[in-house]
Design a protein around this ligand. Sequence first.
Ligand SMILES: *[C@@H]1O[C@H](CO)[C@@H](O)[C@H](O)[C@H]1NC(C)=O
Ligand SMILES: *[C@@H]1O[C@H](CO)[C@@H](O)[C@H](O)[C@H]1NC(C)=O
Ligand SMILES: *[C@@H]1O[C@H](CO)[C@@H](O)[C@H](O)[C@H]1NC(C)=O
Ligand SMILES: *[C@@H]1O[C@H](CO)[C@@H](O)[C@H](O)[C@H]1NC(C)=O
Ligand SMILES: *[C@@H]1O[C@H](CO)[C@@H](O)[C@H](O)[C@H]1NC(C)=O
Ligand SMILES: *[C@@H]1O[C@H](CO)[C@@H](O)[C@H](O)[C@H]1NC(C)=O
Ligand SMILES: *[C@@H]1O[C@H](CO)[C@@H](O)[C@H](O)[C@H]1NC(C)=O
Ligand SMILES: *[C@@H]1O[C@H](CO)[C@@H](O)[C@H](O)[C@H]1NC(C)=O
Length: 462
Amino acid sequence: MRSSTLLRRLLCVPVVAAITVDTTSVDSIKTAASTAAHGLMSFYTGNNTGDTPGTLPPPYFWWEGGGMFMTMIDYWRYTNDTTYNDVVSQALQFQVGPNNDYMPPNQTKNEGNDDQGFWAMAAMLAAETNFPNPPKDKPQWLALAQAVFNEMASRWDTTTCGGGLRWQIFSFNNGFNYKNSIANGCFFNLGARLARYTGNQTYADWAERIWDWEQSVGLIDSGYNIFDGASDTTNCTNPDRLQWTYNAGIYLHGAANMFNFTKGASIWQERTAGILNASSIFFTNNIMEEQACEAFNTCDNDQLSFKAYFSAWLAGTTALAPFTAPTILPLLSASATAAATQCDAGQTTTQCGFKWSVGTANDGNFGIGQSMASLAVIQSSIVAVPAPPGQESPAISFAPVTNSTGGTSVGDPEAGISNADAAGTMIVDTVVSTRDKVAASFLTVAVLGGVIGGSVIMVIEG
Ligand SMILES: *[C@@H]1O[C@H](CO)[C@@H](O)[C@H](O)[C@H]1NC(C)=O
Ligand SMILES: *[C@@H]1O[C@H](CO)[C@@H](O)[C@H](O)[C@H]1NC(C)=O
Ligand SMILES: *[C@@H]1O[C@H](CO)[C@@H](O)[C@H](O)[C@H]1NC(C)=O
Ligand SMILES: *[C@@H]1O[C@H](CO)[C@@H](O)[C@H](O)[C@H]1NC(C)=O
Ligand SMILES: *[C@@H]1O[C@H](CO)[C@@H](O)[C@H](O)[C@H]1NC(C)=O
Ligand SMILES: *[C@@H]1O[C@H](CO)[C@@H](O)[C@H](O)[C@H]1NC(C)=O
Ligand SMILES: *[C@@H]1O[C@H](CO)[C@@H](O)[C@H](O)[C@H]1NC(C)=O
Ligand SMILES: *[C@@H]1O[C@H](CO)[C@@H](O)[C@H](O)[C@H]1NC(C)=O
């Protein structure tokens, strides 16, 4: 026994080894993902008696639950491990709200389009992976995604900036004046996926419109850099140029869906390739990094989870636009290998650190976002395992189903359309208390403060 180990025993510190993952082995990736999934779900208490299914403990916001259950659907589809499926299904059904549109009364008064969008994308992924369907008398995955899509379409706002979705749904929330890439990205991503899943051209037309608008105001520039957002008080003429992994990921994956839906249209090939090329700013030695905040230790709880969605959408892109695989697969393998070395810590010794590039020395930064990002990149790397001789690449074998290729989720194209609050004009009956307003404005000030503070160090263009 080495003395350091002896010392750890004496101090009752659990002796653990960093996970080593062999990214050429499906079994090795599954084992590592199982450890990381355990670490992630150890933070979740929503399924305990008296707790609220779907919500995360403070200080995490409601939207991140949508992101976490999305990640756990991917966990099941990449590993076949059904351990968490019941908990995931319960959460996704509990939060649908009375209009079956992911606007539950507990959340609506400060719910943004992106918040609603993350839950809808989780439902969309459930449809695309044939995640077990809810009982027939309950809202179905595809219909939930369609309800949110339809409500977003009704909120499209041409009064400023020539169009776009606002960040916030309700005018009394700070951020109503901000038109941002993530809110519009959720709408774009859902539209592209619904087009591919259902074959209905109306969704694709919307995806085109949203993309064109993003470019028209410079939120996507000529080099396919995607910027955070712009204020409509100046008609979106002065975008905030921070770049986040999840914005690159959400548009990349949406563009790949459009590429696939259009059977390889060159315009979507160019856009998919362009975003991927611009995404090189998020990698150092092939290891993913949240470049706007990670090196400076300034990522907030939301931002700590962004690498999770980027990882998932990179992996998803390889199935839909196979020409991207030679670029994406080495990034996933290298990032997964690095991330796994950090998953040996926290109370459960299965929680993961955040800075994958620092190697085996755990950076001591634990939480839901950190563990979710590690799990997502580790499980996503399964698409990079070399294909056995004579067989198709694993990436293709994880291609999302559609209505005509085995998808079983039942849709409703009219879902959400008649909801009174769809356009954000609803007068919320519980008058927003002063306390909530103060809390909301602190939040926005913190967000804007972060944006301004971050601008100094951000990478402006590739
Ligand atoms: C909640 O889910 C976890 C798995 O994530 C499980 O270990 C635990 O037993 C569940 N709790 C209850 C009360 O069902
Ligand atoms: C999951 O199960 C399917 C169907 O049995 C099988 O084809 C696939 O190889 C399994 N995937 C993994 C990662 O074990
Ligand atoms: C709303 O909050 C109440 C009180 O905490 C809780 O009992 C209820 O389950 C919550 N509903 C949803 C859908 O989260
Ligand atoms: C605002 O921007 C849109 C789109 O770029 C443009 O069509 C419109 O003319 C602008 N409005 C004003 C008042 O400048
Ligand atoms: C669309 O996706 C399928 C499934 O992964 C793939 O086989 C096909 O080649 C893709 N289409 C194009 C045009 O790349
Ligand atoms: C697939 O779409 C067709 C209409 O295009 C519909 O009749 C059918 O029910 C759908 N299948 C499922 C499983 O939703
Ligand atoms: C296509 O989608 C649009 C928009 O949701 C809807 O109005 C229309 O009914 C759909 N068409 C079919 C054939 O489902
Ligand atoms: C790829 O991105 C780099 C910056 O990272 C840029 O200089 C180059 O022009 C881009 N290439 C293409 C083909 O877009």
